[in-house]
Design a protein around this ligand. Structure first.
Ligand SMILES: [Cu+2]
Length: 505
């Protein structure tokens, strides 16, 4: 029996596709808040009185990702994605989180500079939202831009838990000062469902530029893998998916993004995947990238293809100048056929969405950097080497940082790195594995200062993709005291050791 879509979900979809005429848009784009439909969906979340601004219910719900294709998942408020939460930078909000499940929950405010009490990570000792209980939190949203919230529960071998389910929603934090320009905004959340285990399989990372690999790291990693396979070990488990969605609908089964010729549409895109790198192209159109992970980039640039690791966000303007009905979709034919796309339909046009594969394009964080600039020298450098013990953890790959796997109990371990407030730190990362890793730091933003040997400045992020056998450096200022989790955002990697704690001393 098909469950009809709830009102709030329909409103969200309308909200996500709501139209505002775009006027003059410059690089100083301000994300309009005049989108009434978003306002409506938003208002339905608000509770009168009690000082609570927003209420979230974590609960198991059926979600219809295509006609008669129902996926049961844990959701926020019975919908996928969770409701878009709009906050005002610097204005305190109170959120009440109800956990209607049997499992204690952590709700992480990804990309926000909040306290450990609020951040939502057991490792940082944030209190759990108890099973069949609730937790009320208050915090001051910052910084402005595209953030998101998701479960921070460990999934381990349970593909029904953690971010494999539907616990992902967007946050948009309005900047303090708002000059009043409009943007037509479209919010997209990319997410796979129906996961299953597989063995081995290489992750696509040919798209990374620079592609420079570190020979010594490669030798170390390949030697370890050969030794493991020679002992008769199979390759460690990976995860594959059967169903692919944008905004919770498979390609061709959701509302199209309706556009008009000449419009400039601002897309806010989140890769909500637990494990997968995603690409996106729109035939005949380019993406003018203005922000990465919600932070304005130093040099906005137009690219034909977007690439996002798990938890990465891109905000990009698309000039609608190629009338038709198009598929905005993943470059991978199989994933797109299984749903990873959304139709973009020009006014007055109809028919099925058309896909044309774009020319090959690399993804280079450096093209959004400040030209000719280098970041200031750090006060201290934290050295980290990432390695994989093939299939060492009951068939799962065990991940280590400097030879140490984070305990797999989901609890707080002693901090591995110590920070002094006010200092600028550089994390020098060496990836001694062939896998690509979306590296994430909680409660702080970092600046990309070196990617695969190329120095840069002016790109602030909270997740970065580190390629197999590549090196990178990111800098951050220790400006938010308290336990701080550093981890790979690939669910299988973080769940099997790829985490470390920082503390302030
Ligand atoms: Cu990883």
């Amino acid at each position: 029996m098909m469950k009809p879509l709830g009102r709030s979900r329909r409103d969200f979809l309308k909200a996500a596709a709501c139209a505002i005429s775009a006027t003059a848009m410059s690089s100083q784009v301000v994300f309009g808040r005049d989108c009434n439909r978003i306002g409506d969906a938003f208002a339905s979340l608000q509770q009168a009185g009690n000082g609570v601004d927003y209420t979230l219910h974590i609960k198991a719900s059926p979600v219809e990702i295509a006609p008669k294709r129902i996926v049961s998942m844990t959701t926020y408020n019975g919908q996928f994605p969770g409701p878009l939460l709009r906050f005002q930078e610097g204005r305190e909000v109170t959120v009440e989180i109800f956990n209607d499940t049997d499992t204690p929950e952590q709700l992480h405010w990804h990309g926000q500079k909040v306290s450990t009490d609020v951040d939502g990570a057991a490792e940082e000792r944030t209190p759990f939202v108890p099973a069949h209980g609730k937790r009320r939190i208050s915090f001051v949203p910052e910084p402005s831009g595209l953030r998101f919230y998701h479960t921070h529960n460990r999934a381990g071998a349970n593909l029904g838990a953690g971010q494999y389910g539907g616990e992902v929603g967007l946050v948009y934090i309005e900047p303090r000062s708002q000059p009043g320009a409009y943007a037509r905004e479209v919010f997209l959340v990319l997410k796979e469902f129906a996961p299953e285990f597989s063995r081995g399989g290489d992750m696509d990372q040919d798209f990374l530029f620079p592609s420079t690999r570190d020979k010594a790291l490669e030798e170390t990693g390949e030697r370890a893998m050969k030794a493991s396979l020679a002992k008769g070990m199979p390759k460690g488990y990976e995860v594959e998916y059967e169903a692919f969605t944008i905004n919770g609908r498979m390609l061709g089964h959701g509302e199209p993004v309706r556009v008009k010729q000449g419009e400039r549409v601002l897309f806010h895109i989140l890769n909500g995947s637990a494990t997968e790198m995603r690409s996106l192209a729109l035939p005949g159109h380019g993406f003018h990238v203005i922000a990465l992970d919600g932070n304005a980039v130093a040099t906005p640039a137009t690219v034909p293809v977007l690439w996002l690791g798990p938890a990465e966000r891109v905000s990009a303007i698309v000039e609608m100048k190629h009338p038709g009905v198009w598929v905005l979709g993943d470059l991978d034919d199989e994933d797109r056929k299984r749903g990873m796309g959304i139709v973009v339909e020009y006014a007055g046009r109809s028919g099925k969405g058309e896909w044309i594969a774009p020319a090959k394009a690399k993804w280079n964080y450096g093209q959004f950097a400040k030209l000719g600039a280098a970041a200031p020298a750090p006060d201290e450098t934290l050295e980290m080497t990432f390695a994989k013990d093939n299939a060492a953890e009951e068939g799962f790959n065990r991940w280590t940082i400097n030879g140490v796997a984070y305990p797999m109990t989901g609890e707080s371990a002693p901090a591995a790195f110590h920070l002094t407030q006010g200092k600028r730190y550089r994390i020098r990362m060496k990836n001694a594995s062939d896998d690509i890793h979306p590296i994430h730091l909680h409660r702080h933003a970092f600046e990309l200062t070196n990617v695969a040997g190329k120095t840069m400045a002016g790109v602030m992020k909270d997740v970065m993709m580190l390629g197999g056998y590549q090196t990178a450096e990111v800098d951050f200022v220790a400006d938010n005291p308290g336990l701080t989790l550093f981890h790979c955002h690939q669910q299988l990697h973080m769940d099997f050791g790829f985490m470390a704690l920082f503390d302030y001393v």
